[in-house]
Design a protein around this ligand. Structure first.
Ligand code: ADP
Ligand code: NI
Length: 214
């Protein structure tokens, strides 16, 4: 492993100490490893992929008063301190700036492959068994209901319907997580997401079956 990657790992671990469980070092580590796996199947700049994956949640705006520039500032300062080339720094900052789930629609085709790879990896970590775990963890943290029998879970809920659903944890699957497999950018990402999607669907079927004992 390169010296810069090793230093970045150390830097991110220190920065994220005490972060909430959905965005801790282990999330970063999973996204980094998934990114490397997907990168093996694409022609890309591996250094940009790895650095972006490691730095992508260094300062999430939702934990920093909505500040969208902090992550870029921290990342640039760190990368400069490691004497990373300006061209690489710019590519990494572009990924960090554009990876967010807020960017919901289809990803335009001309985006850099490094962004597509890390975005797929971040989305894959939100689904499957890990995704289920993170989602219930978040719901518990917010003290949300797991599920409400009066609410019919369904795909493509409008924002209004979601609000009415009172943000139950099960509804988060229908609002977001079940949609992610169709947003994958890369072939390998799609393949991994497909398997995790099926597992998540089986979990939901079983959950609702167990809830509705008759
Ligand atoms: P990211 O920062 O990875 O773009 P979020 O911060 O929205 O995504 O979510 C972090 C984790 O918490 C994910 O696993 C996500 O599915 C979960 N999560 C987000 N919103 C909710 C919610 N309303 N209910 C349950 N889980 C949620
Ligand atoms: Ni992330």
């Amino acid at each position: 492993m390169s010296y810069v990657i090793e230093n970045t790992i150390q830097f991110v671990k220190e920065k994220l100490e005490g972060a909430e469980a959905g965005h801790d070092w282990f999330h970063i580590e999973r996204v980094w490893k998934l990114s490397r796996k997907i990168a093996q199947t694409e022609e890309c700049n591996l250094e940009v992929v790895e650095l972006s994956a490691l730095l992508h949640d260094i300062a999430d705006p939702k934990f920093h008063n909505g500040d969208e520039t902090l992550a870029l500032k921290i990342s640039r300062e760190f990368l400069e301190s490691q004497n990373v080339e300006e061209k690489i720094i710019q590519q990494v900052l572009f990924v960090i700036q554009n990876i967010s789930f807020k960017n919901r629609g289809e990803t335009p085709k001309d985006l850099p492959i490094e962004l597509k790879i890390v975005q797929d990896a971040d989305r894959i970590d939100a689904i499957g068994a890990i995704g289920i775990g993170r989602t219930f963890n978040f719901g518990g943290f917010k003290n949300n209901l797991m599920y409400h029998p009066d609410i019919q879970p369904k795909l493509n809920m409008s924002k209004e319907e979601y609000k009415k659903s009172n943000g139950t944890t099960i509804n988060h699957f229908y609002e977001k997580l079940l949609l992610l497999k169709d947003l994958m950018n890369t072939h390998e990402g799609k393949k991994i997401a497909e398997e995790r999607h099926q597992f998540m669907q089986a979990f939901l079927d079983q959950f609702l079956k167990e809830w509705n004992v008759d």
